[in-house]
Design a protein around this ligand. Structure first.
Ligand code: UDP
Length: 270
């Protein structure tokens, strides 16, 4: 295992970051839909060195039955990091952090789903972090919402997500692991792209009110870009299945989804 090296500085004299990115530049991102044969829906995301798979099963019968909700489907999200996903072997037992992240991801996705259409059922979302290099909860939301769409679950829109952080007094978008560890804090957020409503907002570290407002604006801008990548990934997957006219159909479908965002709840997590 290569020993971890703390960078001398996270920003250089030209204002570029440790890995050469501008402050508002995301890492290279690849999203793919329909990557697992057995799941009802699936997606993968590579964001820098972070690599995540998401699988959706359902709506299906819920076990154990005591979790049943009579008026809607139960959205069960399980976020896990593989033992080999980080240089220090991660203990296989679910950690408090994994349970918390599972919950915040469920809260971020829930407002776009028409769960009331499937009372008593469960929609299972399994998220496996294969390689972790910062920003896993946000990348997981990007992949999970694609996997839900791939499973044909009725949705108001996709949910793009990114973290904005602070290093040496400067706000930076989409932190890598070193920026996460040695920076001054981060603000993961997720939005409904049609209305810019937040479905995830967390904060680690201290930010002034002005910094927080600017961080949210930078995050929303980055989410708009991520949303385009999500739509492209969906289109690519369906273009493979149906050769003709699919791009136009998907554009219409996305437009329909985004006209109906008004009633979504906003959830904030401190
Ligand atoms: N990390 C780690 N071991 C762990 C948990 C996290 O090395 O048990 C690393 C991993 O690279 C992760 C980063 O720390 O992406 C930041 O973790 P955080 O809890 O801030 O969540 P994330 O930024 O991944 O959403």
């Amino acid at each position: 295992m290569s020993p971890e090296v703390k960078p001398d500085s996270l920003l250089n004299a030209e204002g570029l970051r440790f890995d050469g990115r501008r402050v508002d530049e995301l890492r290279p991102i690849q999203m793919e839909v329909g990557v697992l044969k057995t799941a009802d829906g699936s997606a993968s995301i590579r964001q820098g060195k972070t690599y995540i798979l998401a699988a959706v099963y359902g709506p299906r019968e819920l076990h154990p039955r005591h979790l049943t909700l009579n008026d809607r489907a139960y959205l069960r999200v399980v976020y896990r990091m593989a033992t080999f996903s980080v240089p220090d072997r991660k203990r296989p037992a679910p950690s408090r952090r994994e349970r918390e992240i599972s919950m915040v991801i469920a809260n971020a996705l829930q407002p776009v789903l028409f769960l009331e259409q499937y009372p008593k059922a469960v929609i299972d979302v399994f998220i496996q972090v294969i390689q972790a290099d910062g920003g896993t909860r946000c990348a997981a939301i990007n992949a999970a919402s694609l996997a839900l769409a791939d499973a044909g679950i009725p949705m108001r829109s996709l949910v793009p997500s990114v973290a904005v952080g602070k290093a040496e007094g400067t706000l930076i978008v989409d932190l890598g692991d070193e920026e996460d560890k040695y920076g001054q804090g981060d603000v993961p957020l997720a939005i409904l792209p049609g209305t810019n409503e937040l479905t995830l907002l967390q904060q680690d570290g201290s930010f002034t009110r002005e910094e927080l407002m600017e961080a949210m604006q930078m995050g929303v801008n980055a989410c708009k870009y991520l949303h385009e990548l999500q739509k492209d990934a969906l289109k690519r997957s369906y273009s493979k299945k149906t050769p003709e006219g699919v791009d136009e159909e998907l554009d219409d479908y996305e437009d329909d989804l985004e006209t109906d965002l008004g009633e979504a709840d906003i959830m904030e997590d401190e």
